[in-house]
Design a protein around this ligand. Structure first.
Ligand SMILES: C[S@@+](CC[C@H](N)C(=O)[O-])C[C@H]1O[C@@H](n2cnc3c(N)ncnc32)[C@H](O)[C@@H]1O
Length: 312
């Protein structure tokens, strides 16, 4: 059996327990799947470096019900490739032990025509046994490109973690790349930076001129053109496809409920879809502004809980 699968890709994910809900919501937005395991097949072609939770992807070439069958397929196909290697990877719920993996790559390697290059391979293959199916394909790991954003010049105590911001951009935008995104309370630009690095058109508003300047500097530090406006989001006149609002929490600088409500009410005017992040459960307030909450999760950072809501 060759790859007769409609599902052309195999993905492996992982997450720390406190980010489990965030990861599952991100996977739902990107793949339209409610996951119960840390691996899955999909027909969707999503770059594994896009999400902080995808560990690797295998673009499937062949699948078989036994190793012998897979070896036979590769042998029949006369696959010729130089400088290849097999990547070793872990699946938490996987059952393939090291000895069986070594045996499988030795047998598969013998029928691939070409040289192995363990140091500088031009292509990496991935193979594993999962739920009784042997899979073989091209392996790509997540290069974690956002990690460099942790070194941005400015961050503050209100800032989202870079990985949280990246997942939230994916939750907001889903599969679509050309969505017009706005972050009306952008702080030092954590969300804006992730959107830019994912090539998503974005604009950030920040009322405090010092923080707005810091956001601008963070963005130019990574070579992006300025897309920060120093201004009050309540004065925004354009309408956007999606907004991500990280509402002022009042943890470090005082904020009144009225100020928070003004922001929520204004956001109804400027966006079709909203991903709202709050420091407490504000569902009633969000609904009273005219939004319908369609999905949700919480993200824990120590004892601080952030409430994420997807609204239309
Ligand atoms: C929770 S912080 C956002 C943090 C941001 N997500 C980050 O990672 O840096 C909320 C920000 O909203 C800004 N803000 C408050 N009211 C605003 C308004 N009416 N218009 C624009 N920005 C506002 C605050 O100055 C603050 O920087």
């Amino acid at each position: 059996m060759g790859n007769t699968f409609e599902q052309n890709y195999f993905y492996v994910i992982n997450y720390p327990e406190q980010e489990r809900e965030l990861c599952l919501l991100e996977m739902k937005s990107l793949f339209n799947k409610d996951l119960t395991k840390k691996y899955f097949f999909s027909s969707r072609n999503i770059d594994p470096s896009r999400s902080p939770f995808i560990k690797l992807r295998i673009s499937l070439l062949y699948t078989a019900s036994s190793l012998q069958e897979l070896v036979q397929i590769l042998s029949n196909e006369k696959i010729t490739v130089n400088n290849f290697k097999f990547a070793r990877f872990r699946i938490e719920e996987g059952k393939l032990d090291y000895a069986t993996w070594i045996q499988s790559v030795t047998e598969l390697g013998k029928v691939i025509q070409g040289e192995v290059d363990m140091k500088n391979p031009t292509i990496q293959f991935g193979t594993t046994l999962i739920d009784g199916l042997w899979i073989f394909g091209i392996y790509e790991k997540n290069e974690n490109p956002w990690e460099k954003h942790n070194l941005k010049p400015y961050t503050n105590s209100n800032s989202l973690e870079t990985r949280t911001a990246r997942a939230i951009v994916n939750i907001a935008v889903g599969q679509q790349g050309q969505t017009r995104l706005v972050d009306p309370c952008c702080g030092v630009g954590t969300v804006v930076l992730e959107a830019l690095s994912l090539a998503i058109p974005v604009i950030g508003y920040e009322i405090n001129w010092i923080i707005a300047k810091q956001a601008e500097q963070n963005i130019s530090y990574f070579g992006y053109d300025s897309c920060i406006v120093n201004g009050d989001m309540q004065k925004i006149t354009e309408r956007y496809d999606v907004a991500i609002i990280d509402l002022p929490y009042g943890l470090f600088t005082p904020v009144t409920h009225k100020q928070q409500m003004d922001i929520i009410n204004s956001s109804r005017r400027i966006t079709q879809k909203l991903v709202m992040i709050t420091g407490m459960d504000m569902d009633k307030d969000i609904i009273s502004a005219g939004f319908t909450i369609v999905d949700r999760c919480t993200v824990n950072k120590g004892s601080f809980v952030r409430f994420v809501r997807i609204c239309y």
